[in-house]
Ligand binder design. Structure first.
Ligand code: KIV
Length: 272
């Protein structure tokens, strides 16, 4: 028997392509800090997204717009330190890439150099194609994001399902093909009809990861705080809660408070 531990195979963009080719579904969750990233990575997740949803779940903002590039780098570098196997993808935040492709590349380079992450994600199709191409030319893998793109919430007006009308569905299909042809390694589709998402996934050779996009895609992503039930006010139809950590954590804190007040904590064994 070998005394060497088996090296875990790291997830790369190539591994994700192979997974799609053999029909193995891809699991993806968000994480924003070292401790959560460790749990999620050690559980065996394929991709960790340092999402700009950190703006909502970590900072308490109503939208993803306020989070800054510096803040994303802080979250991403914390996550990278907790990860051994998963591919770490970081969202380019609102305002860090929409200006022009030079700005987009400069923001990407900061993320890659300062966090040690493996790839970036950007929201949009044709309108950001030049930036995507420039980033890819620099050797950085890009994940696209189409459908409900939360950085455009003030344009959409609501968080309801996107691409239910033909014109928007046709643009989404065109955009997804454009992103694949440009060289994106994967695409996230958020909150669109399941039939449309399935059609896109079947049309592309790169993996399509869905959130609120049904089961016909190549993988699924959720915000980790939502699926663990740490957040309890957000309940869209697509969200499955795998735990109710809000209640577990609140109960533990209540017990601690009670033990401190009653001088039950610390006991004789818990002191020096
Ligand atoms: O920021 C985020 O968490 C995301 C996912 C919802 C895909 O972009």
């Amino acid at each position: 028997m070998s005394i060497h531990k088996k090296e875990e195979k790291k997830v790369t963009t190539h591994v994700l392509h192979e997974m799609k080719a053999r029909g193995e579904k891809i699991s993806m969750l968000t994480a924003y800090d070292f401790s959560m990233a460790r749990v999620v990575d050690q559980a065996g997740i394929d991709v960790i997204l340092v999402g700009d949803s950190a703006s909502n779940v970590m900072a308490g903002h109503e939208t993803t717009l306020p989070i800054t590039l510096d803040q994303m780098i802080y979250h991403a570098s914390s996550v990278v330190r907790g990860v051994n196997r998963a591919l770490v993808v970081v969202d380019l935040p609102f305002g860090s890439y929409q200006g022009n492709s030079k700005e987009a590349l400069a923001s990407t380079i900061r993320i890659m150099k300062e966090s040690g992450a493996h790839a970036i994600k950007m929201e949009g199709g044709e309108e950001i194609l030049e930036s995507i191409k420039r980033i890819l030319t620099a050797g950085v893998p890009v994940m696209g994001h189409l459908g409900l793109t939360p950085q455009s919430i003030y344009k959409f007006g609501t968080y309801t399902v996107r691409a239910t009308e033909d014109a928007e569905a046709d643009k989404l299909i065109r955009d997804s093909k454009m992103l694949e042809e440009a060289g994106c390694f994967a695409i996230v589709l958020e909150k669109i009809p399941a039939n449309l998402a399935k059609r896109v996934a079947e049309n592309l050779t790169i993996p399509v990861i869905g959130i609120g996009a049904g089961s016909g895609v190549d993988g699924q992503v959720l915000v980790v705080h939502d699926m663990l039930g740490i957040t309890n006010e957000f309940s869209p139809r697509f969200l499955r809660r795998y735990a109710n950590l809000y209640e577990v954590m609140k109960g533990a804190v209540e017990n601690y408070i009670s033990d401190v007040k009653s001088v039950d904590f610390p006991n004789n064994k818990e002191q020096y």
